[in-house]
Design a protein around this ligand. Structure first.
Ligand SMILES: *Cc1c(COP(=O)(O)O)cnc(C)c1O
Length: 465
């Protein structure tokens, strides 16, 4: 039977189980899901860590030659195999021709970023002129805020979500200080309701409606790093702009994870890093977006020579011809070695497409959710049974790959024992473990194996007590 395009993940799992005449939690379901996965060969484009190479591994509990269960692509994506080749190409060029490398080859260094920026269009939903590849994420956030945050006595606040990523929080604090504004009144933080973990869109829209006249910039994450909540970017953008605010997003956890249409949604500005779902390696070349409607009106506060038009840049006459839009915000010449690793990764995205990746991701994470609920939902009859709760919203439109889990057993015990068994994920204070199956290189069988390891860890936590 053909799956309907609107079939929910849980229904897919049950349909396959009934086709195979087995229980939905049976290993055969995972194997069938992998067989039917048209993206499964993309796993071959990446180095998957082996059990024996993981620092916290306990070799008495695992087969050392097996692949690890890598569920941490939300924090640091795996290495595409082509990275080394691309790095060697530029290192060779440098060795052989020195400075001539600026102008020749596959990636002339002067325009290294420009040679790959087109590969980002589909990922963020923007045209090439709206995207700049430069710096690190927080640096880009600062550069954007310097131009978009122009407080007046009446409109002086920055609106953000509670428990924003520390770097974003500090960036906003320091931008307010730069303008001599009191943090308490100017930093408007929206918190979840009492007893809730995630934000409701109606509460966000209400704050915008009530206080929008005093808000200069709305700066939300696209997808919250801790809870895994995907915010309604178009709704927040529309509501903020109706009140005269600039609306920007930190897409660190959204880019390469969920489909984005920054141009069509009319988002004013955005920034992201490239080492999480984009697999470009630690400290990878970050991105920034400024909508083309601002190309001639919003200018960089800090300018460097790479913001100058290429055609006259090397005349060195010190008469600035600023590139319109985000590319005028580039300050320095692009770091070519970082371009290489990002290039290798973006080529894979180009082949896979965000649309297909998202389709798989919904099923992959849906399968994970199904299995967790199957084994560990609250059971009123059996109060001694361990419980695993999912903080992340269960609605598909409100999440990406990641699920954030909390446990009735001590989190540190669970985390350390998963690590010993070769599950790579991370713990985040106060009590969450984040697991992110990534559609480019994780399989349904990875999820199946994870669940069985979780079962053995939680069983051992029980007997320990
Ligand atoms: C990962 C992440 C960062 C990291 O910032 P860098 O400048 O790349 O070190 C910042 N903000 C958010 C929301 C993140 O998820």
């Amino acid at each position: 039977m053909e799956p309907s395009p609107f079939e929910l993940p849980a229904d897919t799992v049950q349909r396959i189980a009934s086709e195979l005449q087995c229980h939905p939690a049976d290993e055969r379901v995972a194997l069938r899901l992998d067989e039917e996965d048209e993206l499964r060969h993309f796993r071959e484009h990446f180095y998957i860590p082996k059990m024996q190479d993981l620092p916290p591994i306990d070799l008495s509990l695992v087969n050392k030659d097996e692949n690890a269960i890598y569920f941490m692509g939300n924090s640091l994506g795996l290495q595409p195999k082509m990275v080394k080749t691309y790095l060697e190409e530029e290192l060779d060029k440098w060795a052989k021709m020195g400075g001539y490398g600026h102008e020749v080859g596959k990636r002339p260094w002067i325009t290294g970023d420009e040679t790959i920026v087109g590969l980002m269009n589909d990922i963020v939903g923007a045209n090439e002129k709206e995207i700049g590849l430069m710096n690190g994420l927080t640096v880009n956030l600062h550069l954007l805020l310097l131009s978009f945050f122009k407080p007046t006595p009446k409109r002086y606040k920055i609106l953000l979500e509670a428990k924003a990523f520390p770097s974003d929080h500090y960036a906003i604090e320091s931008q307010l200080q730069l303008h001599g504004l009191p943090i308490e009144e100017s930093m408007r933080i929206i918190k979840p309701r009492e007893g809730e973990e995630t934000l409701r869109i109606e509460d966000i829209l209400e704050v915008i409606d009530k206080e929008g006249d005093s808000i200069a910039v709305i700066l939300f994450s696209g997808l919250h790093f801790y809870t895994g909540q995907l915010f309604n970017i178009p709704a927040i953008t529309k509501a903020g702009q109706a009140k005269g605010c600039f609306v920007g997003f930190d897409l660190a956890h959204a880019v390469g994870n969920v489909e984005l249409h920054l141009h069509d949604w009319g988002v004013d500005f955005a920034c992201w890093c490239s080492y999480k779902y984009l697999n470009a390696g630690a400290g990878g070349l970050a991105g920034a977006f400024i909508h083309e409607k601002h190309a001639y009106t919003v200018k960089p506060a800090l300018v460097g020579w790479f913001g100058h038009e290429l055609s006259t840049r090397f005349k060195m006459d010190n008469k600035l011809q600023l590139i319109p839009g985000v590319n005028g915000f580039r300050i320095s010449n692009p770091p070519i070695l970082l371009v290489c690793s990002l290039h290798a990764s973006l080529e894979i995205f180009r082949q896979a497409t965000m649309k297909a990746l998202r389709r798989k991701s919904i099923l992959l994470t849906g399968y994970l959710e199904y299995m967790i609920k199957h084994y560990y939902s609250k059971d009123k009859a059996d109060t001694r049974k361990p419980i695993v709760s999912i903080i992340t919203p269960s609605r598909i439109e409100e999440r990406g790959c990641q699920l954030t889990l909390t446990f009735s057993a001590p989190m540190t015990y669970v985390f350390q024992n998963l690590e010993k068994r070769g599950v790579v994920c991370d713990k985040r204070e106060p009590d969450g473990i984040r697991v992110a199956p990534v559609p480019l290189y994780n399989s349904f069988h990875d999820v199946y194996k994870f669940i069985n390891l979780l079962i053995s860890v939680l069983d051992s936590a029980e007997t320990k007590e």
